[in-house]
Design a protein around this ligand. Structure first.
Ligand SMILES: [Zn+2]
Length: 363
């Protein structure tokens, strides 16, 4: 699990393909089936130079998207927080009467979607800046929002080369993780285009980069910045109800991080989302049957641990973390310089795992 997102992504193995409508009942029953199977897993026994290690397997459901989280927690509205039950009208209030369900912390934070939803929140505040209302109701208000959104979209295209808020043929719209990252990486430029407070964009940028860094986070410092950012948001734009994902980051993220056994950035749904590209890229575009056969074959081949270990993973460009982010993360401890070699017994066969395998790790 200490591998990078890219490496985990290449090991994201398909286990089931079902043609069915994604309803709440269906999601719940399928999740329970997987949890039940996972609970029956036997420990993997390893021999590390004579010491016996038994590895227990524990399934963490942190790659779930918002829709799945809502289904699993019985939250009927997608605008309601599945941790504390706050509705849009309560989001910007003091949150005194909400009841926090701590067991829902285990669903993680969906850090990739956090980037996209925070970016969209900034955009929508910007569109409504002239009317200062959450929703445009009258024709005049609607025209104002439309005009502002068109101007801002054009500016993003001209000044940053970004196509935003535009439907993509076949799937979703153009607001993806990369667009959101570009927006938050340049707070001065983004602030200039949108007319939003630069400090607010900067704070979001620091919080999001810290969350997805993959390192342990200093919870007290992080909590402090979340709280400052929420106050700043409410001072500036209290008329715009905070979207649930932004609320989750600013209000609940520190507690979620505290209960996680791994750095939150390593539990991102990014690796699963990256599979969406493969799902479009691999199959023949013929019949449904041929398409699905191709897809499953390719996913099984490239996620095979042995085949995967032979694959050269391209070096990914890693951005240097700014000092504000470094200030919020805990310095990683160096475990040992001696190369480790562990023999694992799996399915009756012995596998040798050594440190050199981790060269696939690239961020
Ligand atoms: Zn909440």
């Amino acid at each position: 699990m200490a591998k990078s997102a890219a490496f985990v992504h290449s090991l994201c193995r398909p286990i089931k393909l079902i043609f069915s409508k994604e309803t709440t009942d269906f999601t719940t029953s399928e999740t329970n089936k997987v949890l039940e199977k996972a609970s029956q897993l036997l420990p993997t026994l390893c021999d590390n130079r004579g010491s016996q290690i038994s590895v227990k397997h524990n399934l963490l459901l942190t790659m779930a998207d918002g829709k799945v989280c809502n289904a699993l927690t019985g939250t009927l509205s997608s605008q309601k927080c599945y941790i504390c039950g706050a509705t849009p009208k309560l989001m910007n209030g003091e949150l005194k009467d909400v009841v926090v369900k701590k067991k829902h912390y285990s669903l993680g934070l969906s850090t990739l979607h956090a980037w996209i939803r925070s970016f969209e929140c900034m955009l929508h505040i910007c569109y409504c800046l002239d009317i200062k209302k959450w929703q445009a109701k009258s024709d005049i208000e609607k025209a104002s929002v439309k005009q502002r959104s068109e101007e801002v979209r054009q500016k993003f295209k001209n000044q940053m080369g970004l196509i935003i808020d535009t439907p993509k043929p076949g799937y979703g719209n153009s607001n993806d993780g990369n667009t959101a990252r570009r927006f938050f990486m340049n707070p001065d430029l983004s602030g200039g285009i949108t007319g939003l407070d630069i400090n607010l964009i900067k704070n979001f940028s620091i919080l999001l980069r810290t969350l997805s860094s993959g390192y342990d986070i200093n919870c007290n410092k992080f909590e402090n910045l979340c709280s400052k950012t929420r106050t700043l948001y409410l001072n500036l734009y209290s008329w715009y109800y905070m979207p649930v994902t932004v609320h989750k980051i600013l209000v609940h993220s520190t507690e979620v991080i505290r209960t996680c056994i791994l750095p939150i950035g390593q539990l991102s749904e990014e690796s699963q989302e990256a599979r969406n590209k493969d799902c479009r890229r691999f199959p023949r575009k013929q019949s449904r049957i041929a398409t699905n056969i191709d897809l499953l074959h390719m996913l099984l081949i490239i996620s095979d641990p042995v085949i995967n270990s032979l694959r050269k993973v391209p070096k990914k460009r890693t951005d240097k973390l700014p000092v504000e982010v470094l200030n919020l993360i805990v310095q990683p401890s160096i475990l040992s310089k001696v190369p480790r070699q562990v023999t694992c017994d799996h399915d009756g066969k012995d596998y040798v795992v050594s440190d050199s395998d981790e060269s696939n790790s690239d961020d």
